[in-house]
Design a protein around this ligand. Sequence first.
Ligand code: NAD
Ligand code: GLY
Length: 369
Amino acid sequence: MSTLPPDCITVPVETGTQRYDILIGSGLFDAPAAWDGLPRAARALIVSNATVAPLYAARLQQALAGRYAAVSLLALPDGEQHKDWATLNLIFDQLLAEGADRQTVLFALGGGVVGDMTGFAAACYMRGVPFVQVPTTLLAQVDSSVGGKTAINHPAGKNMIGAFYQPQRVVCDLDTLRTLPPRELSAGLAEVIKYGPIADMDFLGWIESNLQALLAREPTALAHAVQRSCEIKAWVVGQDERESGLRAILNFGHTFGHAIEAGLGYGDWLHGEAVGCGMVMAADLSARLGLVTEAFSARLQRLIARAGLPVRGPDLGSDRYLELMRVDKKAQGGEIRFVLIDGPGRAVLRAVPDATVRQVLAAHAGPGR
Ligand code: NAD
Ligand code: GLY
């Protein structure tokens, strides 16, 4: 048995039904141990996209050669606007054309869009085949590859069609973050920042102190950000895999954010940008309800702006925002429920009067970005 590189960090995820590891480190593509012990099969399919495949698919194919008799590649069109039925179907078309059986292992090589779609395809193909997450964006390494939420979008709402389906392993090769465009790095930082106010104020302080290092992609800073984010996410998912309660806190900023994404048409704002701006709105909402001080919400807004993220929402009109937010998965009986900060480092899920939400939108959405 080969061993993992000495600086590789392992974060275990343990749900009621499954246990798997998140591996975090440099050079993991080329570390045989990163791929040891995965389910055996005759065939593997790497699902990637037109941007990521030319960068990393050959290395992953090489790492998997010898472990599977056939390792094929499918490159999907790139972009959130392709997170839909038609693109998902391309994965099923390929699996069926190759005669893939129930043991076939899918590898999701890319950001959250590829990861969410490959996971959903794995959950559905022959009622479930194993899959491995190989996230290549910061956002996917700190959030979307962990915890088993898989989905596609519907024109009426974000991530509306999907399944909970856990991967066999998550392999985060930090070297892949070197080729990430700066705007995508900032989008990933939104989900990193999220973990502070909802769960760990020390981590929020660490991000504030190390933001320049993160933006400069210093490997030790990135490794710590990915590790701590994954530890918090693993802790939450371990207690509430299917979001019957606690897991909703991971959606801080997402109710506003999903409305921005759906309202503009997917792919205009990046998911992380919408979440960053949504956190500004949700923090202000928490302050207006007296749960945190205005100083706390202003502190979070400053950090989000420093990370290169928009802090002013698009001008959709508050009626349209409210209409879109009623489609949110956390809504119950037509009542929108928001993740609010209930004191620094603590989050709650609550319904809020429309009038207060309108005040927040008047303050944080409108012309100009
Ligand atoms: P993405 O998957 O669209 O990737 C961002 C862009 O970066 C794409 O153009 C991609 O091709 C490119 N890219 C990826 N890796 C690269 C690399 N190493 N070098 C250069 N370019 C690279 O977006 P994302 O931000 O990774 O993920 C957003 C998606 O994740 C959304 O659909 C969101 O709903 C979903 N999400 C899911 C969960 C979950 O729990 N399942 C959590 C958060 C977000
Ligand atoms: N990103 C939200 C969740 O995984 O629950």
